[in-house]
Design a protein around this ligand. Structure first.
Ligand code: ADP
Length: 172
């Protein structure tokens, strides 16, 4: 019998490069469903992220302030191993599109083969955020310039606490 995992503790893993309004929505809903939620910032050596792992953690920490039952940590390697280390029994995922479903289906089956005691739970993205992805945020930051001092187009994609950090990455 594998050591027992907590069914009231979920992990929401991803790259969070950077945390978006869509991620924030899944975190808000997940924090209501579970006693404890850990946001796992995955370090993938094959990817070249915009933000370092520590920067991504710092941005998430700002966004997570209102949630006493949510914490954040970095991990390398397989997400299921990270869940085991944290003793979490639930993998929380967000679903945006049909292509997300296809990729998530394959990943869930692989994770189940690796860890039968871990269950994946999907939350459907809210329709107002289902178009948001990290790559879209980077494109908006690169090409979308605010029309006046009070409005930045990034406001529709990332939490307010994240805008300055994204803008700073694209300053020449
Ligand atoms: P991205 O695909 O934008 O780079 P991540 O790899 O960090 O995001 O995604 C981590 C998890 O969050 C995945 O389950 C992904 O489907 C989900 N997710 C990403 N963006 C959104 C969104 N806008 N709404 C809901 N879930 C999302």
């Amino acid at each position: 019998m594998p050591n027992s995992l907590n069914p009231r503790h979920a992990v929401y893993a991803g790259s969070f490069d950077p945390v978006s309004l869509g991620h924030q929505d899944i975190i808000t809903r997940g924090a209501r469903m579970f006693d404890r939620l850990t946001v796992g910032v995955g370090i993938n050596p094959e990817k070249r992220p915009l933000f370092t792992p520590q920067e991504r953690v710092d941005l998430l920490q700002r966004v997570l302030k209102p949630f006493p039952n949510v914490e954040v940590a970095c991990f390398e390697g397989l997400a299921v191993d990270f869940l085991r280390r944290r003793q979490a029994a639930v993998m929380l995922r967000g679903l945006r599109t049909l292509s997300d479903i296809e990729a998530e289906f394959t990943m869930t089956l692989a994770n189940r083969a690796l860890a039968q005691d871990i269950e994946t739970v999907f939350l459907m993205a809210s329709e107002k955020y289902s178009h948001i992805s990290s790559s879209l945020i980077k494109q908006v930051a690169m090409f979308g310039i605010g029309t006046d001092d009070n409005h930045d187009p990034l406001e529709s994609f990332v939490p307010r606490e994240v805008i300055t950090a994204v803008r700073a990455k694209f300053q020449r």
